[in-house]
Ligand binder design. Structure first.
Ligand code: ADP
Ligand code: MG
Ligand code: ZN
Length: 625
């Protein structure tokens, strides 16, 4: 990757800039050294004026040469010495003041020279000039530093887009590196094709979409896809993150956009990729207090630039977001990001493919079954699967093994899903018992209710923030829709732990807080989004993603006080009904509950097989349709 930044500094300036510290140090060394040298001379050859007078009187001296203050003395025995006098006073006067014998002085030859050469002047003013010079150098250096660190404070607006050249990338990413996401890949292959031979499309009168918006949950591979397009197309590829637009100075975002489009136009065919576009592309005009002006100007500039393309321009703009619901409608208008591509979470088959991609270059034991990993990871994104693979490799390496085992992978799934095991958390006997009952409560409700997912594992080992966990796996994990009956059963399962704590222990712990949040949110969605409450009826009271204000999603209430009360009543009704169902299940299956809890306290973790054996023993059917 190369930064596209105008490098218009002259060579000498760059050299100076790079070596500024070197130069300062060099000057300092010279300065100090010259001082030392002078001192050396003084120590060896310097004599005082009195000594000089004595030597003249003793007729030891052949000649004296006087330049400014300096006196060079040549002795009869060939020795050379120096002395110094005051600058203004004349040499003969000084000597006679010190009592020189005038006749003896006449015997020595005296030469007086007045040196006003540039060298001498420079040397004499250098000590005064040096600190001033140093001062300016430091100032200059600091101002340069600001430019570098503060995001080009002095080169406003120049684009910060990164250019990924087709062959300059360290590791070239192609479509082969992206598994699943067929729809998106298909769409983008078309783009690549167009960029490679635009004539083919132009001759048949086809207009290729100008803007393509990749939408999908975090980690589904949007950024990866964009890089793959760069690798495939072999054209100039400018990549910038939405947040980089809004980084530093007010008013720069817009000029950055202008610069980036200008550079891209000049180097077409090209792709511009704006990652996390929701950072600049949120709905305009909902913020208060003008804090959003900068963002709006940037967004406006993007719109202006996108409208400013000629039909013949082969520049394509790609953008990615995981919040398409908050984007400004103007961005989605025809002619702008009118092609919207869903990047979906992978289904089971896709997960196998993604795992295979990330299994490359990793040594596994022979009978490894990536299918099992795929089965156990519904809802995982590509990024999650990537970290499962990575965690497994780390596990193996930490135990000094040369190959990754199936167990490494299974352990990693739980680590990615729930966070690391809390090694330091040692439970007391009472806490252990309570946690066991809490988890058994979730498990048994899940096993009894017909629409809840089957239990896959129960554990009272603390992970992340949870004291214990009950894992369920859907029978058909690639189903896209959920029904009201499923929602109701899910809410009941979430309440399982809470009800057990309350009825069996007569007390409540904070351990249920997350369960309650999940359950209430589900109940609320049923009422306000999916029309699943009879009292409120078939109205979607809230848009799918909430509304935006101050640039953030907030739960804006666009319904009346009365409706609000209705909603609260409905949610609470759903929760109370669920509570009653759970209570009933627990009372009628008390023995099974005790059995599961006992086994949990003993073994801490029950895998699917062990768990099902226990509940079968109490006459509970395991199979669901
Ligand atoms: P996003 O931009 O959608 O949040 P990224 O593209 O940054 O997600 O994905 C993060 C990482 O997850 C990628 O670098 C890649 O290793 C992995 N990944 C995600 N989706 C896929 C996929 N479909 N195929 C292969 N790897 C994937
Ligand atoms: Mg991304
Ligand atoms: Zn719980």
């Amino acid at each position: 990757m190369v930064k596209v930044k105008k490098e218009n500094k002259s060579d000498i300036k760059t050299i100076l800039a790079k070596n500024v510290f070197g130069i300062i140090v060099f000057l300092l060394v010279i300065f100090i050294l010259s001082g030392y040298l002078q001192k050396d001379i003084k120590e060896e050859k310097n004599i005082t004026l009195t000594e000089l007078v004595n030597d003249i009187n003793a007729e030891k001296i052949t000649s004296i040469k006087n330049t400014n203050e300096k006196i060079d003395i040549l002795y009869k025995d060939g020795l050379e010495k120096i002395s110094k006098k005051e600058g203004q006073s004349s040499l003969t006067e000084t000597l006679s003041n010190l009592g020189v014998d005038k006749t003896k002085l006449a015997l020595t030859s005296i030469e007086i020279k007045d040196d006003k050469s540039a060298g001498y002047i420079a040397l004499s003013i250098f000590p005064f000039l040096f600190p001033i010079l140093l001062f300016f150098l430091i100032i200059w250096f600091l101002s340069r530093g600001m430019k570098g660190a503060g995001g080009q404070a002095f080169s406003f607006g120049s684009t910060r887009a990164k250019l990924m050249s087709a062959d300059g990338q360290k590791e070239k990413i192609t479509f082969a590196d992206v598994a699943g996401v067929k729809e998106a890949k298909h769409e983008l292959e078309e783009v690549v094709d167009f960029l490679k031979n635009p004539k083919k499309f132009a001759s048949i009168g086809a207009r290729i979409p100008r803007g393509i918006l990749l939408m999908g949950a975090p980690g589904t591979g949007k950024t990866l896809l964009a890089r793959a397009v760069a690798g495939e197309a072999g054209v100039a590829f400018f990549s910038i993150s939405g947040s980089e637009f809004v980084e530093l100075f007010v008013g720069v975002g817009a000029s950055r956009v202008r610069d980036m489009f200008k550079v891209a136009r000049a180097s077409q065919p090209a792709i511009i990729f704006i990652d996390e576009i929701d950072a600049v592309g949120r709905v305009r005009g909902v913020g208060m207090g003008g804090g959003n002006d900068e963002r709006e100007q940037t967004l406006n500039q993007i719109l202006v630039e996108m409208d400013g393309f000629e039909p013949s321009d082969s520049v394509i703009i790609m953008a990615a977001t995981n919040r398409p619901d908050v984007l400004d409608p103007a961005l989605l208008r025809p002619g702008r990001f009118d092609r919207r591509v869903n990047v979906e979470l992978p289904d089971r088959k896709d997960r196998i493919d993604i795992l295979k991609i990330h299994a490359k270059n990793k040594p596994f034991v022979k009978d490894i079954r990536l299918e099992t990993v795929a089965e156990r990871t519904p809802g995982f994104s590509g990024a999650d699967l990537h970290s499962v693979m990575n965690e497994a490799a780390i596990f193996a390496a930490r135990e000094n093994r040369k190959e990754i085992t199936q167990d490494d992978l299974i352990v990693s799934i739980e680590k990615v899903m729930l966070g690391p095991i809390r090694q330091t958390h040692v439970m007391g006997k009472k806490e252990k018992n309570l946690t066991a009952y809490h988890e058994a409560g979730h498990a048994i409700v899940a096993s009894i209710l017909p629409y809840a997912d089957p239990v896959h594992k129960v554990s009272i080992i603390s992970r992340g923030r949870a004291a214990g966990y009950t894992l369920k796996l859907p029978i058909n994990d690639d189903k896209k829709m959920q029904s009201k009956l499923e929602f109701l059963d899910d809410i009941a399962v979430s309440l399982g732990g809470y009800v057990v704590e309350k009825t069996i222990f007569g007390d409540l712990t904070t351990g249920s807080s997350n369960d309650l949040q999940v359950a209430s949110a589900l109940a609320r969605d049923m009422v306000t989004k999916y029309g699943m409450s009879d009292a409120v009826g078939p109205i979607a009271l809230e848009p799918a993603g909430g509304r935006t204000m101050f640039g953030n999603g907030v739960e804006a209430k666009n319904y009346s006080e009365k409706t609000n009360e209705f909603i609260d009543n409905e949610v609470s009704k759903i929760m109370k009904e669920a509570y009653a169902r759970v209570l009933e299940i627990i009372n009628t299956n008390r023995e099974a509950l005790d059995g599961i809890s006992k086994a949990l306290v003993e073994k801490e973790t029950l895998e699917q097989g062990e768990y099902e054996e226990i509940i079968r023993g109490f006459g509970i059917k395991v199979e669901k349709e």
